[in-house]
Design a binder for this molecule. Structure first.
Ligand code: ZN
Length: 378
């Protein structure tokens, strides 16, 4: 049987350079459609049962975050449900996966994918709950719906809490995180979720960039935009995903925003705040500190030792979502980052950082939200 590589499916991304029946396969990651970013890969290898293959990604060294390949092991799956790590080396700009598949066909990906079908299942399952309302707030460049979920137990004057995810479509862990959060929020036997909904209405966009996700992009949408650089002046044509989301935020208001991402390089979960922002006041700094402390109490997967360098006062990039939203609504807005690699504080040799762990982290963020709700406007 001949070995074959295919990526012609939802969130597929790879280019085949050569396939040698001695087991060496040479590949390249395709650039994002409309922009030069690349790092996300997702493909199927077939015809390789019991063959010792060396899959070489030749352009790994030119990718958007080459440091992302250091101490990184690729994700693989036979059934597209269980994604485990396979031995991977990064040397001289080439990423090499060494593996002997025990079945004919096997999938490989940068991280456990979250497909558009899964996205639709997530939306529709949520929308069966009496507490949940679904709204299409606009459409993407390729005409997909931008889905907003509102969860509320009714009543007036509650805090307006927003969670958005996957502005960067290759950060699929962000939608796994949302799945965990949404299921917990809609669990009417969960005491923390019940307390959150006593004091807040929760607005969620589990996938800000479905076009990029379906097309196997790392960071861009299909209109030529990095959505997390569009928040100062979004365009209805180039970045409608941000344009319609920001318009909806203007209509409803924002008291707390969490924007969920993944980070290629750092092997930790952390938050980044808007500290370089002119609107980053003492009040917001205090809220941020409390949120971090409360989250660390409930989840050992979350920490505050490692993260991004803090922006100097006034030096923030105001096109980034959390900076723009802090400025616009005078509220706490945090970027949540999860690893592609693993949490080095609590490593897992078989799965690394995984879909399951992203789900659990999404569940755990309910606790710091609950603890902070009554202070958001103090
Ligand atoms: Zn991101």
């Amino acid at each position: 049987m001949m070995m074959q590589i295919n990526s012609n499916f939802d969130s597929g991304n790879i280019e085949v350079i050569s396939i040698n029946e001695n087991g060496t396969i040479e590949l390249k990651i395709r650039k994002d459609i409309s922009m030069d970013f690349f790092q996300w890969f997702h493909f199927r290898l077939s015809g390789a049962q019991d063959k010792a293959v060396k899959i070489k990604i030749l352009n790994a060294g030119e990718s958007s975050y080459p440091e992302g390949w250091e101490n990184y092991n690729a994700c693989a799956s036979y059934d597209r449900v269980e994604w485990f790590r396979v031995p991977t080396q990064y040397e001289d700009g080439v990423l090499t996966i060494d593996y002997t598949p025990s079945l004919n066909a096997m999938y490989f990906a940068y991280f456990s994918p979250y497909s558009y079908e899964q996205h639709q299942d997530l939306i529709h399952e949520a929308h069966l709950s009496d507490l949940c309302q679904h709204e299409v707030i606009g459409t993407t460049v390729e005409g997909r719906d931008i889905d907003l979920l509102k969860v509320s137990t009714g009543g007036e004057g509650k805090a307006r809490v927003w969670l958005i995810a996957r502005q960067h479509p290759g950060e699929s862990m962000a939608e796994w995180f949302m799945q965990g959060f949404i299921h917990k929020l809609l669990d009417e036997s969960d005491p923390v979720s019940r307390k959150v909904l006593e004091d807040a209405d929760v607005y969620m966009i589990p996938n800000m960039n479905p076009d990029g996700a379906v097309n196997g992009n790392l960071r861009a949408n299909i209109g030529g935009a990095n959505l997390n650089r569009e928040w100062q002046d979004p365009s209805e044509h180039r970045s409608p995903e941000v344009f319609y989301t920001r318009a909806k935020m203007d209509e409803i208001g924002v008291d707390l925003l969490l924007d969920v991402h993944g980070d290629e390089a750092l092997p930790y979960n952390f938050v980044a705040a808007a500290e370089g922002n002119p609107s980053y006041t003492q009040r917001i700094a205090k809220l941020e500190k409390q949120f971090i402390a409360d989250w660390m109490l409930i989840s050992p997967d979350f920490q505050d030792t490692y993260g991004y360098d803090k922006d100097e006062p006034g030096q923030a990039n105001m096109t980034v979502c959390t900076n723009a939203i802090t400025d616009r609504f005078d509220c706490l807005a945090l970027t949540i980052e999860m690893p592609f690699k693993d949490n080095a504080d609590l490593p897992d040799e078989i799965y690394g950082w995984s879909d399951e762990r992203s789900i659990k982290l999404g569940e755990s963020v309910m606790h710091p939200i609950w603890k902070i709700l009554n202070q958001l406007r103090d």
